[in-house]
Design a protein around this ligand. Structure first.
Ligand code: B12
Length: 173
């Protein structure tokens, strides 16, 4: 049994589908979350190419009682990055600027895995921003959570575009 964790840098996809025909896709256009729909379509297709594969999505709840899968802990265990005290997985290149979308479990030998190197300092700046976000409510809330990500010293050059940020943080507004 082998498990694969998909991580997607948002530059490649979604808030705005990249290819011209995705813009014209009525199902994506009508979806309340085109990114999740796009992810499911793409990874469900990938799963058909793998032996005995099942896909578990980070945005879906499973089991009884229903709960999210701990994708961040799985990512850390798989060596994709390290868990920060501000509850981000920090990737050695992308820092906190990436998303965990799914785990694919399939038959086969697992690939070798190693622990990721810690690349951030997780200093007082991060913890202060995190504590502020926890107590911030109202219209400033999403900016407070954005400040937590911005406080991380790793992967700054991979920060999302303003458009991507507007998309990903919109549900916190
Ligand atoms: C529910 C949820 C939230 C809740 C957190 C509530 C909570 N107490 O857990 C809220 C709405 C607050 C939230 C906010 C955000 N989230 Co969120 N969230 C999730 C989700 C869907 C499930 C988390 C969960 O319940 N896991 C299951 C439990 C059993 O796992 P766990 O290991 O015990 O707990 C982990 C998390 O819950 C988290 N955590 C635990 N307590 C708290 C408390 C707070 C306040 C926060 C923010 C996190 C947090 O840390 C644990 C690991 O260190 C995950 C996707 C997933 N399936 O993992 C995304 C996820 C963790 N979120 C993510 C992001 C990016 C965000 C936001 C930045 C918003 C956004 N849309 O971009 C903000 C701010 C986060 C931050 N650290 O600054 C990313 C993190 C990517 C990364 N590099 O690590 C994930 C993985 C989604 C994704 N598709 O990539 N989130």
């Amino acid at each position: 049994m082998r498990a694969s964790i998909s991580f997607i840098r948002s530059t490649c996809v979604h808030a705005r589908p990249r290819r011209e025909h995705d813009w014209k896709d009525p199902e994506l256009a009508a979806s309340s979350d085109p990114l999740e729909l796009y992810t499911e379509r793409t990874l469900d297709r990938v799963a058909t190419m793998l032996p005995n594969a099942r896909v578990y999505y980070s945005h879906r709840m499973y089991s009884t009682p229903r709960a999210f899968l701990p994708l961040q802990r799985l990512a850390a265990a798989a060596g994709i990055g390290t868990l920060s005290p501000t509850h981000f997985v920090i990737h050695p290149i992308y820092g906190p600027w990436f998303a965990l979308r799914a785990v694919i479990v399939c038959d086969g030998e697992p690939p070798p895995r190693g622990a990721a190197q810690r690349v951030c300092t997780c200093d007082e700046r991060c913890l202060t921003a995190y504590r502020d976000a926890l107590v911030t409510d109202g219209p400033g809330r999403w900016r407070a959570w954005l400040a937590v990500r911005d406080a991380c010293s790793a992967g700054r050059e991979h920060r999302y575009s303003d458009e991507q940020i507007a998309y990903h943080y919109s549900f916190l507004r």
